[in-house]
Design a protein around this ligand. Sequence first.
Ligand code: SF4
Length: 116
Amino acid sequence: MLFISHDLAVVSQVAARVAVMYAGSVVELGPRNEIFRSPAHPYTRGLLHSVPDLKTDRTHPLETIEGTVPPLQAMPPGCAFEPRCAFRILECARALPPLVEVAPGHWARCPVVNAK
Ligand code: SF4
C-alpha cells in the first residue's frame, strides 16, 4: 500500500519504508527507522527538526526551513533544495544529484552531506 501524507507522526506509525519528496523528486528513501533516526538529506533533517516532541522548549518558536519550494515553471537545474540548503556548494546548482546509497537500502539525493 502506498500512503501519502504530510503528517510525520502518522507516517512513523504506519510505514515500513519511507520516501521523502521535495519539489517533485524523491530526495530520500529507506526503512522507516533509518529515515527517522538517521536522516541523510538536509530537507529530511529540516522536516524532522520542525516537529515538536515532549522535550521541545515551548518558550521558543519551532524550527522552520527558511525559504519556499521553487515554482514548478522555474525549477533550478541542480538540486531543487539548493536555494534553501545550509550545506550547499557551487556544484549543487549545476545538476540534479543522483540518489546514492548511504546505508543498506537507505538512499539520499545529496552527495555533499553524505560525503562528509
Ligand atoms: S545536493 Fe547540495 S543543495 Fe542539495 S541538499 Fe545536498 S548539499 Fe544541499
